[in-house]
Ligand binder design. Structure first.
Ligand SMILES: [Zn+2]
Length: 237
């Protein structure tokens, strides 16, 4: 009988970990989130890209090659792969169809991208989600990915970034419009005693406007930004 690959996820049950550390949700959404979590625990999952019953994103569909690396306004950004094929299918299903069982394999890919930056002793911080879109997805999807990535690398995840005003959905905006949309829109908490280095984590890096604004806010708050890591990266548009 084929032995299943041991991964970071086998150390603890992802849904149980998420239930214990979920971000605050309004009471109306809480019941829906609990039902979705229970379904995830009961129903078997299959690969979102090819239907393989072995995993939510099977080894054939997950990127296995070299990390993608780019430089965005002085910030090194690594990603587990390009936003296409199985990775694109996985991220779309996770974000738009609420496939929570993908948090584990996508979070492991994010951990790989973080490792690619090298160094140690830094905390991870997720890019902020607009409150409305987080509610629509039954919680903060980036927070869940960040928790998995932090656990895999034995690092700390600290939500340091918040939006200071409402911003437009970036879909349909060009690079200049995205930068203008996010200009001075993010605020960062200052480091605590003994903290200094931080890595920004994101799901998909497109124009890099969010990473650039997050890095600006963190630097202004006194952090050393080691770089940014993402599950996937798209070519510059
Ligand atoms: Zn597959």
């Amino acid at each position: 009988m084929a032995r299943r690959r041991r991964t970071c996820s086998s150390r603890s049950h992802p849904q149980v970990a998420w239930l214990a550390a979920r971000p605050r949700a309004c009471p109306g959404n809480l019941a829906r989130m609990l039902i979705a979590d229970l379904l995830d625990l009961i129903l078997p999952s299959s690969c979102v890209a090819c239907g393989n019953p072995m995993a939510a994103l099977c080894p054939s569909c997950a990127p296995r090659g070299e990390l993608v690396s780019r430089e965005i306004r002085g910030v090194t950004v690594t990603a587990a792969g390009e936003y296409r094929d199985g990775l694109r299918a996985g991220l779309l299903a996770y974000k738009e169809r609420n496939r929570r069982d993908l948090a584990e394999p996508l979070g492991e890919l994010l951990a790989r991208a973080v490792d690619g930056l090298g160094g140690e002793g830094y905390v991870l911080t997720p890019v902020p989600s607009a409150r409305r879109s987080a509610r629509g997805r039954g919680g903060d999807h980036m927070f869940r990915l960040g928790r998995v990535a932090a656990r895999c690398g034995a690092r700390q995840l600290r939500p340091l970034l918040t939006l200071t005003r409402s911003v437009q959905d970036s879909a349909g905006l060009d690079v200049v419009e995205r930068r203008r949309n996010l200009a001075l829109a993010i605020r960062a908490r200052s480091p605590r005693a003994g903290e200094r280095g931080v890595v920004i984590v994101d799901d998909i890096v497109t124009s890099g406007a969010t990473v650039a604004e997050a890095a600006r806010a963190l630097t202004a708050a006194g952090w050393h930004v080691r770089g940014a890591a993402a599950v996937a990266s798209t070519p510059l548009q």
